[in-house]
Structure formats: C-alpha cells, structure tokens
Design a protein around this ligand. Structure first.
Ligand SMILES: N[C@H](CCC[C@H](N)C(=O)O)C(=O)O
Length: 295
C-alpha cells in the first residue's frame, strides 16, 4: 500500500507526518518503527498521524508514535508541525486550530512570521503525573516542588523534578549541559523500573532567571535535538523550584523555544519546517525490515 508522507521538523526534532484523512492509514508499532528507521526507512524521532476527531470541539485528532513504535500522549514540537502541515496541505484554513490529544484539547496558532504557538494543555506534578513508584525513595522539598533522589549506577543519585505535560518528564539541574552525562544517565532514568511507563529525562542548565539550556533523552527515541514537552517541563520545574521566572527561553541543540507559564496556562512558541514530501510502500518497507538478518 502506498502512503504519501511529509518530512518535517520543529527545532531539529524530526517527524514523518501522515494525513490519515485523505488516505486509509492503520498505524501499527511495526509500521511506525519502519518509517522512523534512519537507515532502512525514512528516518524520524516520531511519526505523526492526522485523523478526523472524535471530540466535538476538535478540528482534528493528532496521534504521536515514538521511533520505537510506542504511541504516546503528546509531542510539543510535533504539534507545531501538525498545524503547519494542516494549513500547507489545505486540510483546514482555521487558525487557531483545536487538536484532540489523549488528555483533551490543545489550541495551536500559526503566526504571519511562521512561528507557531501551542497551548500545551494540562500540567501535573509528582509521582502520580509520571507513573513513578516512589515507595521507599528519599525526597526533599525545593520551593513549591519536591525533588526525588533516584540512585545512579555509579553511586549517588539524580535529583529529579517530576512533571506531566500529558506525557511524563523527569528533569534535573546540571552545571553544564554540554558535559552532562546524557548518554549514560539518560537511558538509566528513561527506562528505570520505578517509571512504570518510562519517562523523558531532561537535563537543564540555568543561565539566568529567564534562560536555560536543555538536553532531553526522550522515551522511545533517545536524545533528540529538541523536545517541546521537555522544554515545558523544564521551565515549569525551574519556576516551581524558584530558579526561573516566566517566560523562559529554552536553548536546545536544535534551536530556541519560548515557554510561558502564567496562571497554570502553559504556552510554547517555536518554529516548524517542512523538508520534503514523498510516497512509501509501507508493506514492502515493513517486509524488508522484518527480513533483515539479525546481528
Ligand atoms: N518521546 C516523547 C514524545 C515526543 C515528545 C517530544 N518530541 C516533544 O516535542 O514534546 C514521549 O515518549 O513522551
């Protein structure tokens, strides 16, 4: 079966975007993995699927699949690309758009300059918001936040803020993101059994009260050049810890994002880029990848 797709990115976090309105698309973990594979497929951090909504007030349903094939709750950079895609493909001229995600509705607005602002929906905190098993674990208060001491393989512990932006985040402060142990502590935290649904592991460096640098080891994708929900989680954690004030400019390896958090309303603003479009024989792609010799 031939699928038309568009390759896009938001601050370097890249996506395969599919219009499930004009073509019959049934997404499976195998198909998402095959599309996202950077050597045998198209290559992306996530696959985004645009569908007709089931919520009466939504314009579209917006589904997100990580490179490992898992369907997840939210993707901030993807949301900006989603609204650009809908407008570019002529699926709707509405602006702002209302998209249905698993926890409700988010509102997206594309400005004349091409920047996109997203009302990121609900923000929650703590173990309940991140499916974290805190039993028997030490914690410490920090401003309005609670920091959890997650033991590290080499001894010591990571001091984590737990934030839900519909998807789960564990954020820590580091002295220097460039030298932070993202490649080792990232997967340790992201796949730690205490996180029953795994977690996105954020490493933020405080520059001043309105500026941070951030790296995120993403659940189901590994380190990405940018993570929109991760930028939101880091800004919220920093504000709750008393280290930051809204708005927060978040410098990621793929570019800057602006996060505003006022009266519990969380807004992210940033770029969305279309790279190319194409067609792919999805069944042949999955078949070829299934036939690959195992190392
Ligand atoms: N890896 C995330 C989904 C993508 C989030 C990120 N790409 C963003 O821009 O928010 C998760 O498993 O919750």
């Amino acid at each position: 079966m031939m699928w038309t797709f568009t390759k896009m990115h938001g601050a370097g976090n890249d996506f395969v975007v599919l219009d499930g309105m004009s073509q019959p698309i049934e997404m499976t973990p195998e198909r998402a993995r095959a599309l996202a594979d950077r050597h045998f497929g198209i290559g992306a951090d996530q696959v985004l699927l645009v569908e007709a909504p089931s919520h009466p007030q939504a314009d579209f349903r917006y589904r997100i699949f990580n490179a490992d094939g898992g369907e997840v709750e939210h993707c901030g950079n993807g949301a900006r690309c989603f609204v650009r895609f809908v407008h570019e493909q002529g699926l709707s001229r509405r602006n702002p758009l209302r998209a249905e995600i698993c926890t409700g509705l988010i509102t997206l607005h594309e400005s004349e300059s091409g920047e996109v602002s997203v009302d990121m929906g609900q923000t929650r905190y703590g173990p309940e918001a991140t499916a974290f098993d805190a039993a028997g674990l030490e914690s410490e208060p920090c401003g309005d936040d609670t920091l959890w001491r997650l033991p590290l393989p080499e001894g010591g512990y990571a001091l984590l803020s737990l934030v839900g932006i519909s998807n789960p985040h564990a954020v820590q402060v580091v002295n220097d993101v460039a030298s932070a142990p993202v490649a080792t502590h990232g997967p340790h935290i992201a796949t730690h059994p205490r996180f029953r649904q795994q977690v996105n592991a954020g490493f933020m460096q405080i520059i001043d009260r309105h500026t941070i640098r951030l790296r995120v080891y993403e659940r189901g994708a590994g380190e990405t050049l940018a993570c929109g929900t991760g930028a939101c989680a880091a800004a919220v954690a920093g504000i709750r810890r008393g280290l930051l004030d809204s708005p927060v400019r978040v410098h990621t390896r793929g570019g800057p994002l602006l996060i505003s958090w006022q009266n519990e309303r969380l807004t992210m603003t940033g770029p969305a880029e279309t790279v190319f479009s194409g067609t792919v024989d999805i069944d042949a792609l999955v078949r070829r990848q299934a036939a690959r010799p195992q190392p």
